[in-house]
Every structure is written in C-alpha cells, then in structure tokens.
Write a protein that binds this ligand. Structure first.
Ligand SMILES: Nc1ncnc2c1ncn2[C@@H]1O[C@H](COP(=O)(O)OP(=O)(O)OP(=O)(O)O)[C@@H](O)[C@H]1O
Ligand SMILES: [Mg+2]
Length: 282
C-alpha cells in the first residue's frame, strides 16, 4: 500500500499557493523514500514546499545550509574534546550533526545549496543516500531509521558560479524543477506574506516590478520575496512603489553586464515599464 498525499489539505494547512504538480512529485519521492534535488532560482519556494510535504508525512525536518567552508565533521557530528581527553571515545560523548540527527529520527535532511558544499562533504552523503549508513570513526556504523531521506537544493546551472554536483551524487537524486509562478499566484503570495495588508493596486505593482527584472539584462532576477518587501515598504511610503523598489531591488538583482547598462538605467526602465500605466494611489 502506498500512502496518498492529500494535496489540497497540505496546501491549505501550510498556505501553499499553486504548485500542485510540484507538491505531487515531491510527495511521491518522499513517500517512496527517494532523495530529491529541488532545482530553481532564489525564492521560488523550495524550502516552503519541502517543509510542507515533510510535515504532512509526519517526518522531522533538519535543515543545513551549504557553503564552501562547511565540513564533514559539522555534517556528521563530533566527539566532545574535553570528554574524550578524560574518558576516551565513549559513545555518549558523540554530538550528532544534522546528518546523524536526521538518520536517527527518520527525518528529512534538507540541504540548502548542496552544490556549494565542498566535495568531501558531498562524498560523506553517498553511503547515507544509498543505504542509509554512515561510518563514524570510534563510534561505528549508524543506520537510518525508516523515513530518512535527503532533499537538497541547487540553483539552476546557468546561475551557478560555484561547484557542480558529481555524477555519482546526481545518480542518487530525483530532480524536481521549480520555475517562477504566474503573476496571479505571486500576488496571492504577497498578500499572504506581507505584514502591512497592502492594497490590490500596490500588490499588483510590486509583483509587476519584481517580474520585470527577470530579463536578459539581469543575470539574477528578483523573487517574490522582493515583491513582498516592495509591497510592505510602499505601504509605509504612502504608496510610493518606485521608492520602495529603489531600496528593495539593488540587493536582490544582479546585472548581466553592469559596465554596459548601469543599475540606475535598469531601474528607471523598470519603473517606466511597470509603474507609469498604474500610478500609485495616494
Ligand atoms: N507557492 C507558494 N505558496 C506560498 N508561499 C510561497 C510560495 N512560494 C514561495 N512562497 C513564499 O515566498 C518566500 C520564499 O520562499 P522560500 O524561502 O521557500 O524560497 P526558496 O526557494 O527556499 O528560497 P532560497 O533559494 O532563497 O532558499 C517565503 O516567504 C515563502 O513562504
Ligand atoms: Mg530556501
């Protein structure tokens, strides 16, 4: 018997807007104990979806954020050094890292930006992904409880300046891709997540500006997170969406060729295209 996920129930309980196909695929992977690579640009809901499905399946959720300096010892765990000096390598002195914690709890290990992790860290995951086993020096073999699996994320290849995942690692993941949602769904997300109860008009303009950054001139466009910030700021700035965008966007977009077109030009164009036709209410 295979569990079936109640997609509408999950969406309602966790405030997931749209994304039914992706929820379904992610659910199928987690139900069958498969590891998932979630690929999509910043802010498309990778964390939110993974957390919703894990929770719906009554699995714990252990989160790790990848970076180039992350170590194997951090991922797996380590022995308490003063304790070891005193009593030697006793099992009770082992402090589990997120991998061992997730294995012991039968939880979902969520690894953000796995591709940024050093190769050594990625390699520690291989036996855990295969057979749910890690070998820890002085402790021995740790076996995963039922339910353990890994959900990792990576940004799409064209945005990835840093490392790529090895073939060996990729061979152990299913791939679920997340693109940007349509404007209507993005407006709903802004309405749900904004702190200031913005008007329809401000929400629509904030979403329009964020979406307009997703062009060739911009290497990394703004996510719905930017739209949420713009809507909130515009509310605090008497409906001045342009001023809100000018402080919300510089940190969130990256120009393809900054020498050719400056940031101010791009911003001015965005404002002209998206805000001119719909003046902010006063
Ligand atoms: N489909 C959705 N329904 C409801 N909220 C959403 C949806 N997609 C994104 N959000 C909201 O947008 C914000 C960004 O989502 P989230 O943090 O899950 O993105 P992410 O892909 O994990 O981003 P990052 O790449 O920065 O880690 C959150 O506030 C989240 O609640
Ligand atoms: Mg995330």
């Amino acid at each position: 018997m295979i569990d079936r996920l109640d997609l509408e129930g999950i969406a309602r309980q966790h405030g997931v807007i749209g994304r039914r196909p992706e929820l379904r695929l992610l659910g199928a992977c987690l139900i069958t104990g498969r590891n998932v690579l979630l690929e999509g640009p910043v802010g498309v809901g990778k964390t939110a979806l993974a957390r919703a499905v894990a929770t719906a399946l009554a699995r714990g959720f252990v989160r790790v954020d990848g970076d180039g300096r992350y170590t194997e010892a951090k991922l797996v765990g380590h022995f308490d050094p003063p304790g070891v000096l005193e009593r030697g390598y006793q099992p009770d002195l082992f402090i589990p890292g997120p991998l061992v914690e997730a294995m012991q709890r039968g939880a979902v290990l969520f690894v953000n930006e796995l591709n940024r992790m050093p190769e050594g860290v990625q390699n520690v995951l291989l036996p855990a992904l295969d057979e749910g086993i890690v070998h820890i020096p002085h402790l021995g073999e740790v076996r995963a409880e039922r339910g353990f699996c890994v959900v990792a994320t990576q940004n799409p290849a064209e945005f990835v300046a840093t490392g790529h995942l090895s073939e060996a690692l990729l061979d152990r993941f299913e791939l679920v891709k997340l693109g940007y949602q349509d404007a209507t769904e993005e407006c709903e997300i802004v309405r749900q997540d904004a702190r200031t109860a913005p008007s329809d008009s401000i929400i629509a303009q904030a979403v329009a500006v964020a979406r307009a950054t997703r062009t060739d001139r911009v290497r990394r466009g703004a996510s719905v997170r930017a739209a949420i910030a713009i809507a909130d700021l515009a509310m605090a700035l008497d409906g001045d969406v342009a001023a809100a965008a000018r402080i919300a966007l510089p940190t969130r977009i990256e120009l393809t060729d900054p020498d050719q077109v400056g940031f101010d030009t791009v911003l001015a164009d965005l404002e002209k295209k998206t805000l001119a036709q719909s003046p902010a209410p006063t």
